[in-house]
Design a protein around this ligand. Sequence first.
Ligand code: NAD
Ligand code: UFG
Length: 350
Amino acid sequence: MDTVLVAGGAGYIGSHTLVELISAGLKVIVIDNLCNGSKVALDQVRLITGQEVRFYHGEVQDRALLNRALMENSVSAVIHFAGLKAVGESSQRPIEYYQNNVTGSLVLLDAMHEAGVKRLVFSSSATVYGSDSPVPYVESLETGNTSNPYGTTKWVVEQVLKDAVYADPELSVALLRYFNPVGAHPSGLIGEDPHGIPNNLLPYIAQVAVGKRAELSVFGDDYPTADGTCERDYLHVVDLAKGHVRALEWLAQNRGAAAFNLGTGNATSVLQIIRAFEEASGVTIPYRIAPRRAGDLPAFWADASKAERMLGWKAELGLAEMMADTWRWQSRNPNGYRSVEQGQGHLAIA
Ligand code: NAD
Ligand code: UFG
């Protein structure tokens, strides 16, 4: 059976994608150094799917480990999630971000080349559109005017992959530009488990809701948007995960590199998110208006019609499901995978 190597598969989007890949009948193996992922996520994926996931614990920059994983399995495609993703931190520690995200991708690409693996799905981001692009973002826009080192690492790797495809016409690469993934698997068994203080909106709200944090800071209410708070295109992580299955199907039929926006096409403000979460959970979220966060853009959302046309992918789940599933995961596992390990999580309740 064809095997998909999932780099970064023990993380948030990776673990949800494993479930969808296995449900689609694919065999998966994972490489992850667990810098922001959890081995427990893989145990939970086994609970959901009934399938054991072969796990290689380590670095994508460890060429020997990559070679071993590629040699021991008949890998036909790679999905590359293994990146550092904290926007603010990337400005503080740029070298670490370039090392991890760019060098890691180069090592992985070189190992694939040597092993004759020709298909790659790369986790890119809406941040590659930079700060001056008109909305909604469409794939044909110029990219590159990125506002932080994290975004630049994504842009650089996209350029590397385009060059690699030019040099090897047998390569096929999907550059998936994610918008704002939120939510969790409806089982409540896997979800987002950020290490430390959450940077992103939904994990922060969810931690306020379970009493781990006192209140949410809403970063700015004087933006040129309907209610003054920033607008984003939030999409359910299960929809996003399914997009990877569609992308693999596309890779099997096509050559070259193509970028696809994965979003819903809808923009939602921070205040609308707070209200939707309160409605889904029945919990009131205390918040205060705080100064703007450096680097935030007022509003952006996807034109996701290319993914629909070419991949046959369209986001199906709405805000209500995104919020309900976030809440199910967080309320059953207040300390994320540590709750599961300590038997206080979903398994103990079930
Ligand atoms: P995540 O941190 O939960 O998952 C990334 C996984 O990769 C983690 O399990 C981590 O331990 C692993 N990892 C990181 N560097 C590694 C390395 N050098 N070697 C081996 N393993 C490594 O993040 P996520 O939200 O699941 O994001 C997955 C990918 O999608 C990332 O590349 C991220 O930049 C990209 N992305 C995420 C978002 C988002 O909002 N979550 C948006 C756009 C793009
Ligand atoms: N926000 C708050 N309070 C918080 C956290 C966030 O008000 O505590 C606001 C932000 O100011 C922003 C919105 O909520 O207006 C969303 O912020 P996130 O940090 O959740 O998401 P971003 O849109 O800033 O960035 C995310 C990912 C990036 C990715 C980008 C585009 O973190 O990795 O989406 O895909 F590149």
